[in-house]
Design a protein around this ligand. Sequence first.
Ligand SMILES: NC(=O)c1ccc[n+]([C@@H]2O[C@H](COP(=O)([O-])OP(=O)(O)OC[C@H]3O[C@@H](n4cnc5c(N)ncnc54)[C@H](O)[C@@H]3O)[C@@H](O)[C@H]2O)c1
Length: 173
Amino acid sequence: MRHVLVTGAAGGIGLAVAEAFAARGDAVSGVDARAPELEVAMARLGGRALVADLADPGRAEVVDRASALAGPVDVLVNAAGLYPATPLADMTAAEVASPVNPVTDEYASAVAVNPLGRPGQPDEIAAAVVWLAGDDARFVTGAVLRVDGGATAGTTALPVHHPTTTVLQEGSL
Ligand SMILES: NC(=O)c1ccc[n+]([C@@H]2O[C@H](COP(=O)([O-])OP(=O)(O)OC[C@H]3O[C@@H](n4cnc5c(N)ncnc54)[C@H](O)[C@@H]3O)[C@@H](O)[C@H]2O)c1
């Protein structure tokens, strides 16, 4: 059993990732700023709820808190974030203060031109994360895995402000 620390675990991709690891029998610790949603989710999964605002300078202490509760962290999945991604300098105070997922015209346009013609679902991202953090991916390191329905197929570089979910395994922590 591994100890998996998932940020953004109160909803969306982070919650789907936490569910996927818990279903495999791994010990899950979830981090999120939304306390009620996180606590309900972690209670359901038998995981630990670590309420924290990861924008705070002292955010790294959640790793120590998680380790104290369930042992050293083996896998870190960083799924907390805001979508759509906006350069910090261009964000309004309301956007900074509110971790929400607005459905924008830009988002609808992006989905319309996706080769698969639909947005990805959180469990589809979670499946890739579980694979990437598992033994089958032991020779994959320093790679960017694009789970985007082919939206960036054929391009050699990601858009400058492309939001990502990151996965780190023991050894790189
Ligand atoms: N590349 C893409 O096309 C794409 C698409 C969707 C999402 N994403 C990215 O994946 C990540 C997760 O997306 P999602 O759809 O699950 O979003 P979501 O809003 O459903 O979930 C994000 C979670 O992160 C938490 N969070 C945000 N800021 C936080 C903070 N400062 N401290 C603690 N918790 C915080 C929120 O409370 C929320 O529960 C985001 O970074 C997003 O930008 C990328």
